[in-house]
Structure formats: C-alpha cells, structure tokens
Write a protein that binds this ligand. Sequence first.
Ligand code: SME
Length: 157
Amino acid sequence: MAEELVIEQGNKEEQYKVLLPQIEALLAGEPDIIANMANVSAALKQTFNFFWTGFYRVKGDMLVLSPFQGPIACTRIKYGKGVCGTAWKEARTIIVPDVDKFPGHIACNTASKSEIVVPLLKDGNVIAVLDIDSDRLNCFDETDSAYLEKISNLIVR
Ligand code: SME
C-alpha cells in the first residue's frame, strides 16, 4: 500500500516536470491573462483529470469566476470566504485534504472532496487564485503546491 502511494506520488512529480515547460511554451508571447488562464486550466485538467480546475480574479471585494474546466461553479466569492477567499486574504496556498472539515468551505459541487487554492501575486498583491478540486480525499500535497505556484508565477509574469 505504502509502496503504491510512493509510486503514485513519483508519477505526479514526473507529470508536473513534463507539464511545466509545456505551459511555459504555451504562455510565451501571449500577454492576455484570460487566454493564459484558459489554457492553463485546460492543461491541468487534461494532464491530471482533476474534477475542477480554474481561476477566480479579484474584482473589488470579490473573487469573480474566470476561465475554468469542469462543472459549473459559483460565480462570486467574498474576501475571506471559503477556501478561495481565505487564500486571497492570507495570500498563501491552502491545501484542504477534506473539504467537509474546512470551516466555511463553499460547496459548488458535492462531488468535490479535497481542494488546493494558490494565490497569483503581482507586486505583492493577490490578483487572482488558482483553484483545483478533486473528487478524492487528500489529493493534494507539497508537490502540487510547489508546481502550481511555479505555474501561477508564469501566468502573472
Ligand atoms: N470550494 C471553493 C469555491 C470554489 S469551487 O470549489 C469551484 C471555496 O470554498 O472557496
């Protein structure tokens, strides 16, 4: 069992290592952030088949739904609310192994079991968040946060 888990984790890192330069190439020369968010959400969905991959952009005191792949989702999230609003407020990546245990989690879809939210920082300010949901518990770890933060930096760059 433990061995299987190690192999699975290894594969994930390999997949990110292959994906990262592909995303870099995909974004190179394209300055439009919406276009880049659209392709990144598609690339993440295609590579890992996550349940939901997408972005929310900061607009005033709200996060507004932006390019995503997966089922329909809530369109607006208030500052400090849910996992996304908390990642915005605290300007840090949040990993939620079990969404039912995160106080204030916003359930856009009951199939979502675990989640990671990575803020996109520009000049020290959060301008958007990358949100990924899995239909499996405990899907995300430090490998995901490390690579998803690199990917988020590429979008803001
Ligand atoms: N679960 C998120 C809301 C966004 S959806 O998962 C796409 C949250 O608690 O912020």
